[in-house]
Design a protein around this ligand. Structure first.
Ligand code: 5GP
Length: 122
């Protein structure tokens, strides 16, 4: 899949539309989700043109990967959610219902998040 530079997160990264920013590094940006599903719901994106984890893991440079993973942990620490726990999640493609075609990890926290996914139907 070719990267679509008109997706909403690309516009946020370019500063064309606003976001409620949490932190920014050389290669990553974190901002609050516009429609939070938990008391803390932060999105962390790489600034580079990667549509999903598949593209990022295959094509990102090592500095980008290091920056992104460090930023994920830093954001959770800055948000004060480490002690009680948090969940990171990234939707990758159609079956995962990925809505925005730019890699983003969700950080969910601030309540008991329950089990990870529903059990398979028997
Ligand atoms: P996905 O389903 O792709 O994993 O999640 C996309 C997320 O992006 C959703 O949680 C949605 O609320 C969030 N989102 C969509 N548009 C915007 C926006 O313009 N600004 C922000 N901050 N979040 C958005």
């Amino acid at each position: 899949m070719a990267y679509d530079d008109q997706n909403i997160f690309a516009k946020i990264i370019r500063g064309e539309i606003p976001c409620n920013k949490v932190t920014e590094t050389a290669h990553s940006l974190a901002f609050h989700d516009i429609n939070p599903q938990t008391p803390t719901h932060i999105l962390v994106v790489p600034k580079g043109p990667y549509e999903d984890l598949d593209a990022f893991s295959a094509n990102a440079t090592e500095p980008e990967i290091v920056d992104y993973i460090r930023t994920l942990g830093d954001v959770a620490r800055q948000a004060g959610v480490v002690a009680d726990g948090y969940r990171t999640l990234t939707n990758n493609g159609q079956d995962a219902h990925q809505e925005v075609p730019h890699l983003h990890f969700h950080i969910f926290a601030g309540k008991n998040l329950g089990r990870m996914i529903k059990p398979l139907d028997k």
